[in-house]
Ligand binder design. Structure first.
Ligand code: SF4
Length: 890
C-alpha cells in the first residue's frame, strides 16, 4: 500500500489510504481530545472536539472522520483550533446540569476532564436547562439523560458491537436523546444489560446502580470472568475488602473487550450471606463448625482408612471446570499420586467430553480449532445445538457482528426460535435429537452435487469411500421424514455451506448432551472436512464451553484415562515421564468417569467421594439415583463456596475462596490462558482450593514439593504442552499471535490426515413412550449459569430472572388452556417436578423448554441415566414428558 505523507504540527509523518488524521496523530504520539471517539466504534464526528486545522486551506475539520490526503499540513492545537474547542466544550456545558459536585461519575467524567484540560470552567452561553427523570427501575443501570452529550457511543456499541439494536436516537433538535426503540424503559426493551453502554458513557448519563461509594475509584485489579468458557477479561474495582464493580478491559490484547450481564453485574455472590466461612464437620448427625486443622485431620484420616481398608480405586474425585488450571493440576496429582487412583473426572463429562472423543478421532485435535475472530472472517456460519446469545454471549455478539457488519450468512439448526433466528438466512427447525440424520443428509447433498473439495479430500483425508458408502441411505426425503426439515431447506443449507469461501461451525450442548453426542461431533467434522474448511479454507469448529475453565481442566489431566497434556494413563512412556516428575508410581488402569462413579457408588464399590466445586445432585441426571449413591458412601467431602445440595449430604464441608480471592489462571474455549488475580482477601476463613489440597496432602504425610503457587505454575509450564511460559503475559500474548498465524490446526498438521468417521443416525432417546407426548428441551437462560450456585446468589441477576419456568409454545398452551403462571406437573419415566408456565412464541408444537439452572425445580430429576458409549456423557438435553395443570386459572 502506497504511504500517504502529511505534515502534522510541523513534522512529516506517513499513514495509509483510509487512515484518519486522528489515527495518524495518535500513532505519532500527538494528543487530540475527543469525547465521541472510540477505536472499536465507527467514527461519526459528533462532538467535534477533535477538530484540527489544515494550514493550506484554512479548513477546520473533525480529525476522526477526515481521511489523510497527500500534502496536508495539519495543525492540531493552533490558537484557532483551541478557541473553537473551548467554545464547543462551553456549548456542551451550557446544556449540562449543574450537578457535578453531587454526580456519582465524579472525576471519571470525561466532559469534566476535557473541560479541566482546556481550562474551561464557566460558560458564557445561555444555559439550556435539561430535565429528565432518572430511570432506574431495572436492577443494573441508572439513566439520567439530562447529562447526555449525544456522543452516541451507547447507540453505536449497542448496534455495532453487541448488535442488540436496543438503543437509537429519539426525537429531534434539543429534545434528541439516545433511548430504546419506542422510548421504552430498559426493562421493557430487548436490552440484555450487558453493561457495554455504561462502560462507554463518558458522563454520568448511564451509570451502574447500587454499588457503594461510587466516586471512590479504589483499587482496580485485572482478572477474568469466572462464568462461561469465553473467558472475558474484567477489571475488578475494589474498596476495602469488597468487590464493588466490574468493568470490561477495553482494548486489552487477547480480550473481546465486551462482557455480558453476568460478567458486568454477576459478582455479588462473593459477598452473599450464604457463603461458607468455616469448615463444617458432621458430628452426631449435625453439621458443626470446626477449625481447618480439625476438619482436614478428619478428611486425611478417612481417605487413608478407606484406601488401606479397601483399595485406592474405592475412592473417587470429582473436580470442577470452575477451578483454576493450577487447582485442577493439583487435584489430579492428588488422585494419582496420593490416593493412587485414576478415578478423577469433572463436570466437563456432562458437556465437553463428546467434543474430546469426536474431534480427536476425526481431526486429531480435541478442542475448538480457532480464535473467536475467525467468525467475522467466515462468509458462512452454521450454529447447531447452541444458543450462544444466552450461554456464551460473547460468541453470540461475534456471530451477530459477522452477519450484520460483514455480510456473513447464517445457517441456524435449532428446534427453538432463538435470538439468532432473526439473523439467520436459513433456520432448520429440526426435531430434537435428529441432528445426525440432518448432518448426514447435508454431506450427501454435497457429494451428490459435487460440491466437495476434491483436492483436500484426496490429499489430506482418510476413509472417504467408507463415508460415501455409509451416507447412501441419507437422502433428503429420508432426512425430511426423520427431522421434519423440508428437503429444499436441507439442499439450500448444503449448497450455502459448501460453496462458502470459508465456513465455520459453532456447536453446543444441544448436540453433545445426548447419548449420540460423539457421533454428532464426528458428523460435523465430516462436513467440515468434505468442504475443505478444516484445513485449506480455514473454517473453524468451535465447541462452546459451559464453564470458565472447561478447556484448562482437560489440559491439566482431570480425566480418568488421560494424564496432563492428553497422554494416556496406559502409555508406559507417558506415565514414566510423570512418575519421574512426581517421584512415585502411577496407577495404570483408566478410572471411572463422573456418572460411572455415581453408578459404582450405588453398587457399593466406590466408598469415598471428594467433590470439589461440583453439585452432582443438581447437575447429574437421575437425581434420585445420585442421592441414593451419595447416601451409600462411607465418606463424602465437599469443597465449595456454598452449602450446595450435595454439600448438605457431606460428612465434611470445606469453604473455598472465590475467583476474586485467589490467584491462578483459566483457559478459555479458544485456548487462551487468562490470569485471575487476587483482588480481595478470602471471605471469612475460606481458602483457595489449591491451598486446601496442599494442606490435605501434608496431613496425609505425602507432601508435595510446592511451597507457593508459583512452584505449581512452573511445573505446569514444564509438564503441559501449550503452557510453556504462560505465567509471563508478554510471552503468552506472543504465543497467541503465533498460534493464530498458524491457523491453530495443529492436530491435522501434526498427523497429516484427517479421518472421515461414518456415523449412523439412531434416535438418542427411546421411542415416544405412551403417555408422554411432549419433548422437553433443557438449556440455559440469561442471566444464569451452570447450576446457579453463584448466579442465583447474585441478587441483581436474580431480579432479572428470579425463578425457574416451563416454556410452553402458544399452540400447546391454547390446546391445554394454560396461562402464564399456571403451575404444571411435568412427569417423565424417571420422575416429576412442578413448575410455573411461561408461554413462549419460540417453540414449535409438542416441544417444551426449561432452564436447568434452578435447584428448586430440579429438571434433571426427569432424566434417566443414559450414557454416550464413547464419551460417557449422559443425555441431559431432551426427554419425553407429560404435563398436567396443577391449579386453575381465574
Ligand atoms: Fe464473557 Fe461468558 Fe463472562 Fe459473559 S459469562 S462476561 S460471555 S466470560
Amino acid at each position: 500500500m502506497q504511504p500517504i505523507t502529511i505534515t502534522l504540527d510541523g513534522r512529516e509523518v506517513s499513514g495509509y489510504a483510509g487512515m484518519s488524521i486522528l489515527e495518524l496523530a495518535r500513532e505519532s504520539g500527538v494528543h487530540i481530545p475527543t469525547l465521541c471517539h472510540d477505536e472499536q466504534l465507527s467514527p461519526i464526528g459528533a462532538c467535534r472536539l477533535c477538530i484540527v486545522e489544515d494550514e493550506k486551506t484554512g479548513a477546520l475539520m473533525a480529525s476522526c472522520v477526515t481521511p489523510l490526503a497527500p500534502g496536508m499540513t495539519i495543525k492540531t492545537s493552533s490558537p484557532r483550533v483551541v478557541t473553537h474547542r473551548k467554545t464547543l466544550v462551553q456549548l456542551m456545558l451550557s446544556s449540562h446540569p449543574d450537578s457535578c459536585p453531587v454526580c456519582d461519575k465524579g472525576n471519571r467524567c470525561q466532559l469534566r476532564q476535557v473541560a479541566g484540560e482546556m481550562g474551561v470552567s464557566l460558560t458564557e452561553f445561555q444555559r439550556i436547562p435539561q430535565s429528565s427523570a432518572i430511570q432506574e427501575l431495572n436492577p443494573f443501570i441508572e439513566r439520567d439523560l439530562s447529562k447526555c452529550i449525544l456522543c452516541a457511543k451507547c447507540i453505536r456499541a449497542c448496534q455495532e458491537l453487541v448488535v442488540e439494536g436496543v438503543l437509537d436516537y429519539f426525537q429531534r433538535g434539543f429534545k434528541t436523546k439516545p433511548t430504546t426503540v419506542g422510548n421504552l424503559p430498559l426493562e421493557n426493551s430487548e436490552c440484555t444489560f450487558c453493561g457495554t453502554c455504561v462502560a462507554l458513557c463518558p458522563t454520568g448519563a448511564l451509570m451502574e446502580k447500587e454499588w457503594s461509594n461510587r466516586r471512590t475509584t479504589g483499587n482496580i485489579v485485572e482478572s477474568t470472568c469466572p462464568y462461561c468458557g469465553c473467558g472475558c477479561r474484567v477489571n475488578l474495582h475494589v474498596k476495602g475488602d469488597r468487590l464493588v464493580q466490574a468493568t470490561p478491559r477495553w482494548g486489552d490484547a487477547g480480550n473481546h473487550s465486551l462482557l455480558c450481564v453476568r460478567g458486568s453485574y454477576g459478582y455479588d455472590f462473593i459477598h452473599s450471606p450464604d457463603r461458607l466461612t468455616r469448615p463444617l464437620v458432621r458430628m452426631n448427625g449435625n453439621m458443626e463448625e470446626a477449625s481447618w486443622d480439625e476438619a482436614l485431620k478428619v478428611v486425611a484420616a478417612e481417605f487413608l482408612r478407606i484406601k488401606n481398608e479397601y483399595e485406592p480405586d474405592s475412592i473417587a474425585i470429582l473436580g470442577s471446570a470452575r477451578c483454576t488450571n493450577e487447582e485442577n493440576y493439583l487435584l489430579q496429582r492428588f488422585a494419582r499420586c496420593v490416593i493412587g487412583t485414576n478415578n478423577v473426572d469433572d463436570g466437563n463429562r456432562l458437556y465437553t467430553a463428546a467434543t474430546l472423543a469426536g474431534l480427536s478421532v476425526s481431526l486429531g485435535f480435541s478442542q475448538s480449532s480457532h480464535f473467536l475472530d475467525v467468525l467475522e472472517k467466515s462468509d458462512v456460519i452454521m450454529v447447531i445445538g447452541a444458543d450462544p446469545t444466552s450461554s456464551a454471549p460473547c460468541v453470540g455478539y461475534a456471530i451477530k457482528r459477522a452477519v450484520k457488519n460483514k455480510g456473513s450468512r447464517l445457517i441456524l439448526v435449532d428446534p427453538r426460535r432463538t435470538k439468532l433466528s432473526l439473523f439467520a438466512d436459513l433456520h432448520l427447525q429440526l426435531k430434537p435429537g435428529t441432528d445426525i440424520a440432518l448432518l448426514n443428509a447435508l454431506a450427501m447433498v454435497i457429494i451428490q452435487e459435487n460440491l466437495l473439495d476434491k483436492e483436500f479430500v484426496s490429499r489430506r483425508t482418510d476413509n472417504f469411500s467408507s463415508l460415501r458408502e455409509a451416507l447412501e441411505p441419507y437422502s433428503t426425503e429420508y432426512a425430511e421424514n426423520v427431522t421434519r426439515v423440508p428437503s429444499e431447506q436441507i439442499v439450500a443449507a448444503a449448497r450455502l455451506y459448501a460453496k462458502a469461501r470459508q465456513a465455520s461451525i459453532v456447536y453446543g450442548n444441544g448436540i453433545t448432551q445426548y447419548c449420540t453426542g460423539t457421533d454428532s461431533v464426528k458428523a460435523l467434522a465430516n462436513l467440515s472436512m468434505l468442504t475443505g474448511n478444516t484445513g485449506r479454507k480455514g473454517g473453524a469448529m468451535i465447541g462452546l464451553q459451559k464453564e470458565c475453565n472447561s478447556r484448562g481442566a482437560l489440559d491439566m489431566g482431570m480425566l480418568p484415562g488421560l494424564l496432563p497434556g492428553f497422554r494416556s494413563v496406559t502409555d508406559a512412556r507417558a506415565r514414566g515421564k510423570f512418575e519421574a516428575l512426581w517421584g512415585t508410581n502411577l496407577p495404570t488402569r483408566p478410572g471411572l468417569t463422573a456418572v460411572e462413579v455415581i453408578e459404582q457408588a450405588k453398587l457399593g464399590k466406590i466408598k469415598c467421594l471428594y467433590v470439589v466445586g461440583e453439585d452432582p445432585i443438581v447437575s447429574f441426571p437421575g437425581t434420585r439415583v445420585v442421592r441414593d449413591a451419595l447416601a451409600s458412601l462411607q465418606f463424602l467431602v465437599v469443597q465449595d463456596l456454598f452449602l450446595t445440595e450435595t454439600a448438605k449430604m457431606a460428612t465434611v464441608v470445606l469453604p473455598v475462596a472465590s475467583f476474586a480471592e485467589k490467584a491462578g489462571s483459566y483457559t478459555n474455549f479458544e485456548g487462551k490462558i487468562n490470569k485471575i488475580t487476587k483482588a480481595i482477601k478470602p471471605v471469612g476463613d475460606s481458602r483457595p482450593d489449591w491451598e486446601i489440597i496442599c494442606t490435605l496432602v501434608d496431613k496425609m504425610n505425602t507432601p508435595f514439593s510446592y511451597s507457593r503457587l508459583d512452584d505449581v505454575i512452573q511445573e505446569i509450564e514444564e509438564a503441559v504442552p501449550g503452557y510453556e511460559g504462560y505465567s509471563d503475559s508478554t510471552r503468552r500474548h506472543k504465543n497467541y499471535e503465533n498460534v493464530a498465524d498458524a491457523g491453530r490446526l495443529q492436530g491435522v498438521q501434526l498427523r497429516g490426515f484427517a479421518c472421515f468417521s461414518p456415523v449412523e443416525y439412531q434416535a438418542p432417546f427411546k421411542a415416544k413412550p405412551k403417555g408422554y407426548p411432549f419433548i422437553l428441551l433443557t438449556g440455559s437462560a440469561l442471566p444464569h449459569a451452570g447450576t446457579g450456585t453463584r448466579s442465583l446468589r447474585a441478587p441483581r441477576l436474580r431480579k432479572l430472572c428470579p425463578s425457574g419456568f416451563l416454556h410452553v409454545g402458544e399452540a400447546d398452551a391454547k390446546k391445554l388452556a394454560l396461562h402464564n403462571g399456571d403451575k404444571v406437573k411435568i412427569t417423565s419415566r424417571a420422575g416429576e417436578i412442578i413448575a410455573p408456565v411461561s408461554i413462549s412464541n419460540s417453540l414449535p408444537k409438542g416441544i417444551l423448554f426449561m432452564p436447568s439452572t434452578f435447584p428448586e425445580i430440579p429438571v434433571n430429576t426427569l432424566f434417566e441415566i443414559s450414557l454416550d458409549p464413547q464419551s460417557k456423557t449422559p443425555t441431559l438435553k431432551a426427554c419425553h414428558v407429560q404435563i398436567e395443570r396443577m391449579d386453575t386459572h381465574d
